[in-house]
Design a protein around this ligand. Structure first.
Ligand code: NAD
Length: 346
């Protein structure tokens, strides 16, 4: 179980998590349940058997929260609402499906209104480092991005603009209507129960899967998107959950976007080195220079989170990756043997 921050919610309060059938929402549902919360409503538009995690003792509802009526149902009697629902994926998805990404604006728009009308006390929105000005991310030796770097605005097309506008909605619901909103800008989150195949997976899971496939098939080689010099930081899921809880229960952070990410910068080539090391293999690298690769460099400046919360994501990448690799390897083996994966058994 993850160490508790000091400021957690009343155990009798109704917590609503939308996007709970996905990676972070599913993990957050489990986190609150393990911390003794017994009134949790988990919501996702996917049919319940397809949720990544299903947590016993939780009310699970299949609702589409881009519809106002469904948002009202989701927020009924809620004390806290966590919005982790979005149509999203890794670079391969957000570069090719900008319309789907932009359409997620409906989710936060209607969820905020429903939360406000339901008298919700705290509302969380999952934003992204993709809101940052892309002009500041053209060099792999990037300067870490601080919160004030969002403006002047030039975010990632589609996905980044949706997140930036949704942040503004959250800020105005506080300013004009008094709804306490909390906004975290996640920098690449990874871990068990994340998407690891199918086109929406992000770099850590994709690289783990490709290394596992190369070992299994004996190909001795791996495809890498771009030239491998792109840099990023990656946050393990447990840090993300602890960060969300801390942010939502810190009143200095009402309507104040804050970075939630690791500051451990690494290139994609170094990420492959790490995974190869965990897997005990060395592979030939084939660079796909025409594949989606995103900005040249991106890192999280954690000055603000350290100052306000006295904490920052701290799980070393090597450690989180070893756990993630082991989980994906197990999923891969189950699928190959025709057994249900963890998700399919959930
Ligand atoms: P995910 O795709 O695993 O989960 C998102 C869930 O939202 C899915 O289960 C999906 O079915 C659900 N959803 C989408 N539209 C919906 C709708 N209209 N109604 C109900 N449910 C709907 O993604 P994730 O990685 O868990 O990301 C959670 C949030 O964090 C998203 O807002 C995402 O943009 C944000 N984020 C994630 C990362 C990351 O690295 N994973 C980075 C930055 C921001």
């Amino acid at each position: 179980m993850i160490a508790a921050p000091e400021t957690s919610t009343d155990k009798d309060a109704l917590i609503v998590i939308v996007g709970a059938g996905g990676f972070i929402g599913g993990a957050l549902t489990r986190y609150f349940r393990q911390r003794g919360h017994h009134r949790i409503r988990a919501v996702d538009r996917k049919p319940i058997p397809e949720w990544y995690q299903r947590v016993p003792g939780v009310e699970s509802l299949c609702l589409d929260v881009s519809e106002p009526d469904h948002c009202r149902r989701a927020c009924e009697a809620a004390t806290e609402v966590y919005n982790l629902a979005a149509d999203m994926g890794g670079m391969g998805f957000i570069e090719h499906f900008r319309i789907e990404c932009l359409q997620s604006i409906l989710i936060n728009t209607y969820m905020l209104e429903a939360a406000h009308r339901a008298g919700v006390e705290r509302y969380f929105f999952a934003s992204s480092a993709c809101i940052y000005n892309t002009d500041l991310q053209k060099d792999p030796a990037v300067r870490a991005l601080k919160e004030s770097d969002a403006f002047p605005a030039m975010p990632e097309r589609g996905y980044g603009w949706e997140k930036l506008l949704s942040e503004m909605f959250c800020q105005e619901y506080w300013a004009e209507r008094g709804l306490k909103t909390y906004i975290a800008r996640f920098h690449n989150v990874y871990g068990p129960y994340g998407t690891w195949d199918g086109g929406r997976e992000k770099a850590p899971a994709a690289i783990c899967r490709k290394v596992i496939e190369a070992k299994d098939r004996g190909t001795g080689q791996i495809d890498i998107w771009g030239d491998g010099t792109q840099t990023r930081s990656f946050m393990f899921i447990d840090d993300c959950l602890a960060g969300i809880d801390r942010i939502v229960h810190c009143d200095d952070l009402i309507a104040t976007p804050i970075n939630l990410g690791s500051a451990e910068l690494i290139s994609i080539n170094q990420l492959v080195d790490l995974v190869e090391d965990i897997a005990g293999v060395k592979l030939r690298r084939q660079y796909k220079l025409d594949a989606p690769k995103g900005v040249a460099g991106r890192n999280s400046d954690n000055t603000m989170i350290r100052r306000v919360l006295g904490w920052e994501p701290c799980i070393p990448l090597r450690k989180g990756l070893a756990t993630t690799y082991a989980w994906i390897e197990q999923q891969y083996a189950s699928r190959k043997a025709g057994r249900p994966t963890t998700r399919e058994r959930a």
